[in-house]
Write a protein that binds this ligand. Structure first.
Ligand code: ATP
Ligand code: MG
Length: 503
């Protein structure tokens, strides 16, 4: 059987994939409770739901990566006997996960060709293959000859998506593919999806962003607590509010910070003459209680400066905190000791420790400062854990469960809880609500807002313009390592921000 075998379907049969009464339990946790769903051929089908609703579990089952407790998958009208990764890839179903499966010491083009090897006279036609791969990479901004290990996070993600498409997938599942992409990258990905859709490829698309679902999807299904809560075959007739209501089961109240003007206050932190690769900052002061947004294109300096302040990025410069001048911290330990906390956007690398419990993860960074005579103060630990487990609304039976058992968005809540638990004087968060559902996103912005009201200075590094508009007092737009424009008050709008970033 070739991957393009139609398996006997007829053109009138427009359902390519039927999910039939699928249930999945992890011990006592019912992740899916009998979900029945039809995916129509040649459509882009959105999958929405709160953190922990069961989206990743469902597409894990469809792609053969997770075994359902009960139920069946029907492809082109035929129930599948075996549902494992190999069988599903043969049937043309590919899951593009968040974790790029990429071989670092092969080129970008070679990575695309992994496992496909088209054959002529029993031999791999390398030349044709290389040409095809190069054509597919054309316009992606990725050099076909570049070693994959040298590519940045965004390029690796794109490469991962391209590979599923190149592998002849007829149903391609994207689990939060846009998380690390810029506006321009996103546009490019969507154009690419539309092109493939016109050729008959079917997509299942998971996202927490209503605007993305409204822009790209034909149909949408919403999971709530492991069950199908609703959906629509005509997404274009829906509004963002209706989508949120389907996801949450209630209306959504969007958070908006009451912006404040901090001009003239004695700064909590001052930076002068910060130099490094992609960094040429002349001056920046942040007042106590102020929330400043950092944004810009990749490599423009926003991320680099944030990491440099936490000692994670090599740079030289002067830093003054509460009147005391020091250099930039040499490493994160020094930064933490100085009262600086940091949430990385790379939660896989700097994020939660999967095998440890949720509670241990929350207490991880604040414990050393709470230790007494070298012993961990258990009572203090328990207090911190229960406070942030509750405040972040982590969806789990209890803080003693391993972080590995949490959904993606809930792992992020744990990371954020851990950073907040350090009681910082300066809090730096990089993409704090990426991967977090619309309801919890408002909660996270509220928590940061409340923290700032206690006098903590906050830097939010974000490419989410909506988040910047709702959460900050001032936005620094970076270009060539320095602040190229500062927006305050009424000037902080989605349009102004987009224009300034691209300018
Ligand atoms: N390996 C596992 N062991 C135990 N429980 C798990 C495991 N994987 C997932 N779960 C649980 O199953 C439920 C559904 O998780 P899933 O990852 O499917 O959610 P999701 O909708 O993808 O959420 P998110 O938007 O946060 O990614 C959650 O309650 C989660 O804690
Ligand atoms: Mg998920």
């Amino acid at each position: 059987m070739t991957i393009h075998d139609t398996g006997g379907w007829t053109a009138t049969d427009d359902v390519i994939l039927r999910i039939d009464d699928v249930a999945k339990s992890y011990g006592p946790v019912k992740a899916l409770r009998g979900v029945t769903l039809d995916i129509r051929r040649g459509t882009i089908h959105g999958l929405l739901g709160e953190n922990g609703a069961g989206k990743s579990t469902l597409v894990g089952v469809i792609s053969g990566q997770r075994t359902p407790t009960s139920g069946r998958i029907v492809m082109n009208g035929r129930p599948l006997e075996r549902v494992d990764v190999k069988a599903m890839e043969e049937a043309g179903v590919f899951l593009v996960t968040q974790e790029p499966m990429i071989i670092d010491n092969m080129t970008a083009a070679e990575n695309l060709m992994l496992g496909i090897w088209p054959v002529r006279n029993g031999l791999v036609d390398w030349k044709a293959l290389r040409a095809d791969a190069a054509r597919m990479l054309d316009g992606s901004g990725i050099d076909p000859a570049a070693l994959a290990g040298r590519l940045d996070a965004v390029a690796r993600r794109k490469l991962n998506i391209l590979r599923a498409m190149f592998s002849g997938g007829t149903v391609i599942i994207l689990d939060e593919p846009t998380a690390a992409l810029t506006v321009a990258d996103r546009r490019q990905l969507f154009d690419f999806m539309r092109r493939l859709k016109a050729e008959g490829v079917t997509f299942i698309f998971i996202s927490h962003y209503n605007d993305e679902i409204l822009e790209i999807c034909d149909a949408v299904s919403v999971l709530r607590d492991g069950s199908l809560a609703g959906g629509s075959e005509d997404v274009r007739a829906m509004t963002s509010e209706q989508l949120s209501e389907l996801v949450l089961g209630r209306g959504l109240t969007l958070f908006q910070r009451a912006r404040r003007d901090h001009a003239g206050k004695a700064p909590a932190i001052s930076l002068r003459e910060v130099r490094g690769r992609h960094l040429a900052l002349s001056a920046l002061d942040i007042a106590p209680g102020e929330i400043v947004g950092f944004t810009g294109l990749p490599g423009a300096g926003a991320k680099e400066l944030a990491r440099a302040i936490f000692g994670l990025y090599p740079a030289r410069g002067r830093l003054t905190m509460n009147g005391v001048e020091t250099g930039l911290p040499g490493d994160p330990r020094m930064a933490l000791d100085a009262g600086i906390a940091f949430l990385s956007d790379d939660r896989r690398r700097d994020g939660a420790v999967g095998q440890m419990s949720i509670g241990q993860n929350i207490a991880l960074s604040s414990l050393p400062s709470r230790a007494r005579f070298g012993f961990i103060d258990r009572a203090a630990e328990a207090a911190v854990v229960s406070r942030y487990f509750g405040a972040m609304g982590v969806k789990s039976p209890g803080p003693e469960y391993a972080v590995d058992t949490l959904s993606g968005g809930n792992q992020q809540k744990v990371c954020l809880g851990r950073v907040l638990a350090t009681d910082p004087r300066l809090l730096i968060v990089d993409e704090p609500t990426r991967g977090i559902d619309v309801g919890v996103k408002q909660d996270v912005l509220r928590i940061i807002d409340a923290l700032s009201n206690t006098g903590v200075a906050v830097i939010i590094v974000s490419t989410d313009t909506d988040e910047l508009v709702r959460a900050v007092d001032r936005v620094c737009v970076f270009g060539q390592g320095d602040i190229k424009e500062t927006l305050t008050g009424e000037d902080i709008t989605v349009e102004r921000l987009r224009a300034s970033v691209q300018a």
